[in-house]
Ligand binder design. Structure first.
Ligand code: ZN
Length: 164
C-alpha cells in the first residue's frame, strides 16, 4: 500500500511515513505550476498504483475517471485525517515502524556496531543513548531515528485511534 499526498497534506504525509508507508508528497514532485502539478500527481498515482490523498474535490473526480484509488480528506487535524484513511482503506497499520524517513520518504536501515561515529557527528542524537538503543538512518538523506520520547508520544496518540 503506497500513497501520494497533495500539498495540503504535508503533516499527514509525515505520519504515514512514520507508520511505514511509502508516501510521496506532491510538493516534492518538482512541478512548475498548479495545473501541471495536478496532471503530474494523477499520472504518478496511476503509474505507481498509489492511493491519492487529497482535499481537492476536482482531483477526486479526475481520479475517478482514470480509475485511481483515492481518499478525499476532510478533517483539519492530522489524527482526524488518519481516522478517515482508516475508514476508507482497511488494514492500515497504526504502530510506528522504522521503515521510512519522515522527512524525505527514503528507506531506513538499522545502524550497526562501528557506526557510532556517524551518530556522534549528529548534534540532535542523544549521545548518552549511543550503544544502548537501536538507531536507524535514512539511506537517502542521512537523518537518524530512534525510539525516544517523541516515538512514545506518537504511539500514545495512535492508541486513541485504535479505539472505536
Ligand atoms: Zn531521509
Amino acid at each position: 500500500m503506497r500513497f501520494i499526498a497533495d500539498r495540503m497534506l504535508g503533516k499527514l504525509c509525515t505520519w504515514l511515513r512514520i507508520l511505514g508507508y511509502d508516501t510521496v508528497y506532491a510538493a516534492d514532485l518538482g512541478t512548475n505550476s498548479d495545473e501541471n502539478e495536478d496532471r503530474v500527481i494523477l499520472s504518478f498515482a496511476a503509474r505507481e498504483s498509489r492511493i491519492l490523498l487529497t482535499r481537492d474535490r476536482v482531483m477526486t473526480r479526475l481520479a475517478d475517471r482514470e480509475g485511481i484509488r483515492y481518499v478525499l480528506v476532510r478533517g483539519d487535524d492530522v489524527m482526524e485525517q488518519l481516522a478517515e484513511i482508516i475508514r476508507y482503506v482497511p488494514g492500515v497499520n497504526l504502530e510506528p515502524v522504522p521503515l521510512r524517513c519522515s522527512e524525505c520518504n527514503g528507506e531506513l536501515r538499522k545502524m550497526v556496531a562501528g557506526e557510532e561515529y556517524v551518530l556522534r557527528a549528529k548534534s540532535y542524537v542523544p549521545a548518552d543513548r549511543i550503544g544502548e538503543m537501536d538507531f536507524w538512518i535514512c539511506k537517502t538523506c542521512g537523518r537518524v531515528y530512534w525510539r525516544g520520547s517523541h516515538w512514545r508520544n506518537m504511539r500514545m496518540q495512535l492508541q486513541r485511534l485504535k479505539r472505536p
